[in-house]
Design a protein around this ligand. Structure first.
Ligand code: GYE
Length: 321
């Protein structure tokens, strides 16, 4: 009997040391997921994808909507530790300010899966895996599309004024989508960002901030929005100002949600850079692999495209979000 007990201890310790299953896989797996909010069509599709995939896999999902507030997400994460969940899934609204709570998660020995956004914590020991998009590349793709489009229109020598609607201040996608876009713009002296402000990734703010851009009365040739929702809100403001979106002002957004495809098909929107929110199956796959004691890749990027008037209409019937 004593020998059996000793063997059990040895096996458990070995399993832990050599990266065995982080939790018992013979009972229902409990996952806590701290989501950012419901700020955009992208986020709504992302939430549905996670909830559907967990339900299908029979996972007990404790889902918390942080309403775009860091303090709500910190509270949710601490509650998950108290509840002793098996795995924590997390998409951080901004990059900084997570050190303390993540240390608490690590100390509690709960595996952390990051999805979509990341933090500014140095190193990668604090999470087991991250899945999402390359936001710098998305920004670059938006810039490259614009340069090509202007060339096609014979406007590559013309002075072009761009206004920018940024995502949530301090968030990974806002920082990186600006970085990638600016990198491409900098190689083209005729392109200039003349106004730039946050619209917090929402339709409402996209509309009001665009209104204030237009009120300044400066020449605006292009709108670059860090997501489709802000661009769609801005389209309203442009129409109300008596101008033609997609014609008088070139509109570029990111995400590739259905409403953006429809607006492109209607000739009111020019280009959307795809960002895939359907991360649920990948998330569940990671949870299952953890339960089986498998090692996961630190980073998995989604594969994504760019759509405009030459491709959006045809792709619309097959869009899933
Ligand atoms: O682009 C935006 C959402 O983090 C990639 O968040 C995500 C972004 C997405 O609110 O629409």
């Amino acid at each position: 009997m004593k020998k059996c007990a000793l063997l059990l201890v040895v096996v458990t310790v070995l399993a832990f040391v050599f990266g065995g299953a982080a939790f018992a896989a013979d009972k229902k797996i409990v996952v806590g997921f701290a989501q950012i909010g419901a700020e955009s069509d992208w986020r709504v599709a992302n939430t549905k994808s996670i909830q559907d995939a967990c339900a299908e896999a029979g996972i007990d999902l404790r889902f918390v909507d942080g309403q775009q507030k860091q303090e709500n997400q910190i509270k949710a994460l601490r509650d998950f530790i108290t509840q002793g969940v098996d795995v924590i899934g997390f998409s951080p609204v901004v990059e900084s300010g997570w050190d303390e709570v993540i240390e608490e998660i690590n100390d509690a020995g709960i595996p952390l899966i990051l999805s979509d956004r990341t933090t500014d914590i140095k190193g990668d020991d604090y999470y087991v895996t991250w899945m999402g998009s390359n936001f710098i590349e998305e920004g670059r793709n938006a810039g490259k599309w614009l340069v090509e489009y202007l060339k096609k229109q014979g406007r590559n020598k013309e002075q072009i004024n761009i206004v920018e609607l940024q995502g949530t201040v301090g968030s990974g996608p806002a920082i990186d989508r600006q970085k990638g876009f600016v990198e491409v713009i900098a190689e083209n002296p005729n392109l200039k960002i003349t106004q730039s402000q946050t619209g917090d990734f929402t339709r409402d703010l996209g509309r009001t901030v665009m209104e204030s851009f237009l009120k300044k009365g400066e020449k605006i040739d292009v709108l670059y929005a860090h997501n489709d929702d802000m661009a769609l809100g801005a389209i309203q403001a442009i129409k109300e100002a008596g101008r033609k979106p997609g014609k008088d002002i070139i509109i570029i957004g990111i995400d590739g949600v259905k409403a953006a495809f429809e607006a492109i098909a209607a000739g009111e929107y020019n280009c959307t850079v795809e960002c895939n929110p359907l991360l649920g199956p990948q998330f569940v796959d990671a949870v299952k692999k953890l339960a089986a004691g498998e090692t996961l890749p630190k980073i998995t990027y989604s594969i994504e495209g760019v759509y405009d008037e030459t491709t959006a209409k045809e792709a619309l019937p097959t869009r899933q979000y």
